[in-house]
Design a protein around this ligand. Structure first.
Ligand code: CP
Length: 302
C-alpha cells in the first residue's frame, strides 16, 4: 500500500502544481528512453495498468499503450462505450472496480473538468490525467515542451503563440502552466467567443499578425463537440481570420516551429500542406509522446 505522499508523487493530475524540477526530471528521463535502441525492456514487468478512456482518443490512448507495453507492463484497455458505463455505472465505481482487481496505476481521460482531483483522493493507486475536460492534459504539454526543447535547446525566453479555441483547450492550459515555469512567454490569439478570460493575467491576447512572429506557433483544434450551437459560424471564415494558411505559413520566420496537438481539422485551423511542411512538428510531437509517457508510467509504477 502506497503512502499518501508516494501516491501524490507518482500521480500526474496536472502541471499547474507540479514543480519545475519534477517536469525537468520527466523530460530528461524521456530523452533517456528515446535514446534506447531496445524496443522492449522489462522495467514494469509484473505491473498492471488500466487505460480508462471515458472520452475518445487516438494519440493519447495508443501512445500510453505503446509506452506501457515497451516497458513490459500488462495493459488493460477500457473504453466507456464497451463497458457498464453504458448501463449507468459511474466513473468512480468503474475506477474502484479496476482498483479492486489489482491494477498498479490508472490512466484516465474524462469529459468533465474538475472531478479528477476528488476521484484521485478516493483511489489508492496512482492516476495519470490523459485529459480532463478543458482543465489539463499534462502529458500532451510534456511532449510539447520536449519537442520545443529538442528543437531550440532551451525553453528560457522562447515566445510561444497558442492560436485558436483557447476556451475549450486543456492543452493550452497545461502548456501555459508548464512553459511559464521555464521562462517562456506564452501569447494567446483567439476569436472573441473562444477566449478564456480567467487566463488573461498569465498570457496576453495578441493579433494574428503578432502571434505569427514567435518561435513557436501552436495551432489548436476548433473543438466543435464542446461548442454551444452557433459558436463557429463558418469554417471558411475561421480559416480566413485564424487559420495557418499556406500564405501565412510562407511568411513565418524560417526558424519558427509549427505545432498542433491534433487531431487536426485540415483546412480549417491549419492548411493541409502546412501540416506536412518541413517546419511542422506535428508528427514528431506524436513520436515524442511515447518516450514522455514511458517516463511518466515508469515514475508511476517503478
Ligand atoms: N492530442 C490528443 O490528445 O489527441 P487524442 O485526442 O487523439 O488523444
Amino acid at each position: 500500500m502506497l503512502t499518501m505522499t508516494q501516491l501524490k508523487d507518482r500521480s500526474l493530475l496536472g502541471l499547474k502544481d507540479l514543480g519545475r524540477d519534477e517536469i525537468e526530471s520527466i523530460l530528461n528521463r524521456a530523452a533517456y528512453w528515446e535514446a534506447q535502441h531496445e524496443k522492449l525492456v522489462q522495467v514494469l514487468a509484473s505491473k498492471f495498468v488500466a487505460n480508462m478512456f471515458f472520452e475518445n482518443s487516438t494519440r493519447t490512448r495508443f501512445s500510453f499503450e505503446m509506452a506501457e507495453k515497451r516497458l513490459g507492463a500488462q495493459v488493460l484497455n477500457f473504453t466507456a462505450a464497451a463497458s457498464s458505463v453504458e448501463k449507468g455505472e459511474s466513473i468512480y465505481d468503474t475506477v474502484r472496480t479496476l482498483e479492486s482487481m489489482g491494477i498498479d496505476a490508472g490512466v484516465i481521460r474524462l469529459k468533465p473538468a474538475g472531478v479528477l482531483e476528488e476521484l484521485s483522493s478516493k483511489i489508492s493507486v496512482p492516476l495519470i490525467n490523459a485529459g480532463d475536460g478543458n482543465n489539463e492534459h499534462p502529458t500532451q504539454a510534456l511532449l510539447d515542451l520536449y519537442t520545443m526543447k529538442k528543437r531550440f535547446g532551451s525553453l528560457q525566453g522562447l515566445t510561444v503563440s497558442i492560436i485558436g479555441d483557447i476556451k475549450h483547450s486543456r492543452v493550452a492550459r497545461s502548456d501555459l502552466w508548464a512553459l511559464r515555469k521555464f521562462g517562456a512567454e506564452v501569447k494567446f490569439c483567439a476569436p472573441n467567443n473562444m477566449t478564456a478570460p480567467e487566463l488573461e493575467p498569465f498570457a496576453r491576447y495578441v493579433t494574428m499578425e503578432e502571434a505569427l512572429r514567435s518561435d513557436v506557433v501552436m495551432m489548436l483544434r476548433v473543438q466543435l463537440e464542446r461548442h454551444a450551437t452557433g459558436m463557429l459560424k463558418s469554417a471558411e471564415e475561421y480559416r480566413a481570420q485564424y487559420g495557418l494558411t499556406e500564405e501565412r505559413a510562407s511568411k513565418l520566420s524560417k526558424h519558427t516551429l509549427i505545432m498542433h496537438p491534433a487531431p487536426v481539422n485540415r483546412n480549417v485551423e491549419i492548411d493541409d500542406a502546412v501540416v506536412e511542411s518541413e517546419q511542422s512538428a506535428i508528427f514528431p510531437q506524436m513520436s515524442n509522446g511515447v518516450p514522455i509517457r514511458m517516463a511518466v508510467m515508469e515514475r508511476a509504477m517503478k
